[in-house]
Design a binder for this molecule. Sequence first.
Ligand SMILES: *Cc1c(COP(=O)(O)O)cnc(C)c1O
Length: 398
Amino acid sequence: MTASYGAQFVDEEDIDAVCAVLRGTNLTCGTLVDQFEEKLANIVKARYAITCSNGTTALHLASIVAGIKPGDYVIVPSITFLATANAPRTCGANILFCDVDPNSGLIEESHVIDAIKRSPQKPVALYPVDLAGQPACTAAIRKLCQEYDIKIIEDACHALGTTFVADNLKSAVGDNAYADLTIFSFHPVKNITTGEGGAVTTNDSILYEKMKCLRSHGMIRGSRHFNNVDLAFDDAHTINPWYYEMQEIGYNYRLTDIQAALGISQLNKLENFKGIRRSLKSAYDQILEPYKECIAPIRAVQNADPCWHLYTVLIDFEKLGVSRAFIMKALSERKIGSQVHYIPVHLQPYYSQHGFASELPGAMSYYAKTLSLPLHVHLNTEDIKYITRNLLEVLGLQ
Ligand SMILES: *Cc1c(COP(=O)(O)O)cnc(C)c1O
């Protein structure tokens, strides 16, 4: 058995869907992108979904339409992938790295309050990260951000398929009940894949229209609101058929129809994927339960039904007298992949050199202990037994 920490699950149905596009006429800018967006919006119960070339460009697009400008301050948890901070940084924002709960890796209201207090000026946006698939946006955080007029851009790259109950209401990550914009990624290790790909969901029609325009070069076609009236219209005030106009700087962040076809087919399997991930997680939890003093699963969010992206444990390496590097190498020799999610982003030289370093004890504690074990749809409970037996062995616990 070779088990990487994450892997895609692509079947013949997916392959047929992609081949059908390749045999057709539109490889990009066809109708499948709209279909994929509609299906995604329906599943996460958002009014609008807009796909992008990847999760990072989706984060960038969301940051632009949220109005993030040079010199603004935004709050980003330090336990996340680089892209969560890089997207607003690309807009010129200053990053206020925020602490997280040492047992879940998630932000809590107190961490956000602390970041607001440290900020030289009122922050304009918060980027909660749904680490491992658990929901990070709460009613309390939403209320706090509303008081301070802080936009919430939820990085849900781990959490497609996650649902939870808050205020007695069932919510799906992406429905934006507690966020303004939600970002998903379809990289092969994520809950579904399109190769590369991403999406933003929102319930705000203005933000949606802006993103649609900026995703495709900032080009406007067929509008009555053109600025260059002389170029746009003929003498009879009819729009010239070739005419397009760019009023703001845009990008090419589009997804192809090839990818959209794969995405549609993968979305059909999301509930099934979620069930498999849930049962693998509980198999891990059950086997590791007797060792919880040294190996603890991350703290579970109450009233949540996550689509688990990662199976992460917090290992007390100090108490066990072994290093994480030794354990990872020993697992690798036994063909078991593992990964660290994540190196606190505030420690990255780029960010510390730009003066964004901070004291974040929760993030540092989480980082010291975290290890993600293989979790993906190809695995079964026998694999989990093999992985845990080997983990306990290399840790000297069995
Ligand atoms: C994967 C990921 C991203 C970036 O997504 P890409 O599609 O790889 O660009 C951003 N944030 C988090 C938390 C991620 O896991």
